[in-house]
Design a protein around this ligand. Sequence first.
Ligand SMILES: [Fe+2]
Ligand SMILES: [Fe+2]
Length: 246
Amino acid sequence: METSKRVTLQDVKSNPRIKSLINGANRYLEVKGYTEHGLRHVGYVSNTTRNILEELGYDERTCELGAIAGWMHDIGNSVNRLYHGMTGATLAFDILDRMKMDPDEISLIMLAIGNHEEDYGLPVNPVSAALILADKSDAHRTRVRRGEFDPDDIHDRVNYAIKKNFVVVDKARKAIKLVLFMDHSSSLMEYFQIYMPRMVLSEQAATFLGCTYELVINDLVINSHRLPQKPSKLTLSDSEKNVSED
Ligand SMILES: [Fe+2]
Ligand SMILES: [Fe+2]
């Protein structure tokens, strides 16, 4: 049996096939009027996936596989947006196999890519969970394509409104936080109108990694993902009592 190679993120970044698929996918999505999905997006997702895994103490190889999955996660868009997670996973098999990656590692990456979309994906391994959290956190005004901001397009409005976005892993509290700062180009209501399924999947991904998920927009904690503490005895103040007056 052929010996496998320890494929690195650098090998993947310099692979001309992968670069062509990322650029092709980005050009196709531009035609469709979608936000930026090129080297900037996959670079952000790759770095963020690695950082999440590193912060949670995963071994070096798992972190590297996370970075590789992040770089390749959207190559399925070079075929079609629909089911691009599954198409991308299939494309990744052939490319990584040619690069002689270990088949078990290929399998892990395929599962991460094939499960990163909120329509049908689920966190199925640590790399997959970190990839979901990284991908769904990338909403920012730089993703609105230059000169093409359409005020009638809700995706453009929401993305344009986000001035700052970052993911924080709070190891002590076992919490993963997505912090956003939005201006008035859009609203929280519009954010949730388009991104609610992504936030629900992000909560599931954080749970998979043994963490809670916090969404903080303009310094306001939006969700309460922690399990509520059951009070030992229910006590109500006079004002909280539901007293009906006849
Ligand atoms: Fe995607
Ligand atoms: Fe993506």
